[in-house]
Design a protein around this ligand. Structure first.
Ligand code: THU
Length: 134
């Protein structure tokens, strides 16, 4: 199996592990770092809704906590309450977290019969980053 197919298969398998009892919207993310490692994430919801963390940030924080901070690409996949898989762009918080580490990373949105490849420049123009704090 080539790498891309392997990543997609892991991404789809992982989706079942999403902890989304409140929204029933299950998201999985697979992050590939420039070092060649992969980190997976699922959304983890909470009865206190604000405590929820998206799949993308779970994957990113796993990588960062291992000292792996340069990202090549992230795949995002979702299943809605009816079992459908639609293109799911990352939320604003996740975009901002991506900006922090790798502005040049690819963002790959995977649906049933469609894949959209995009990037931070497209999703987060005129962004806030560390340069404003200097
Ligand atoms: N969610 C993600 O995990 N990633 C996204 O890109 C969009 C939203 C989660 C958060 C929450 O658990 C559920 O989807 C509904 O918003």
């Amino acid at each position: 199996m080539d790498k891309e197919r392997e990543y997609l298969s892991i991404l789809k398998d992982m989706n079942r592990k999403a902890y989304a009892p409140y929204s029933n919207f299950k998201v999985s993310a697979l992050l590939v770092t420039k070092s060649g490692k992969i980190y997976t994430g699922i959304n983890v919801e909470n009865a206190s809704y604000g405590g929820t963390v998206c799949a993308e940030r779970v994957a990113i924080f796993k990588a960062v906590s291992e000292g792996d901070m340069e990202f090549e690409k992230i795949y995002i996949y979702s299943t809605d309450k009816d079992g459908n898989h639609k293109i799911t762009p990352p939320c604003g918080f996740c975009r901002q977290v991506m900006v922090e580490f790798s502005k040049d990373m690819k963002i790959i949105l995977v649906a049933e019969n469609e894949t959209i490849e995009t990037d931070i420049e497209t999703l987060q123009p005129f962004l806030f980053d560390e340069t404003y704090l200097k």
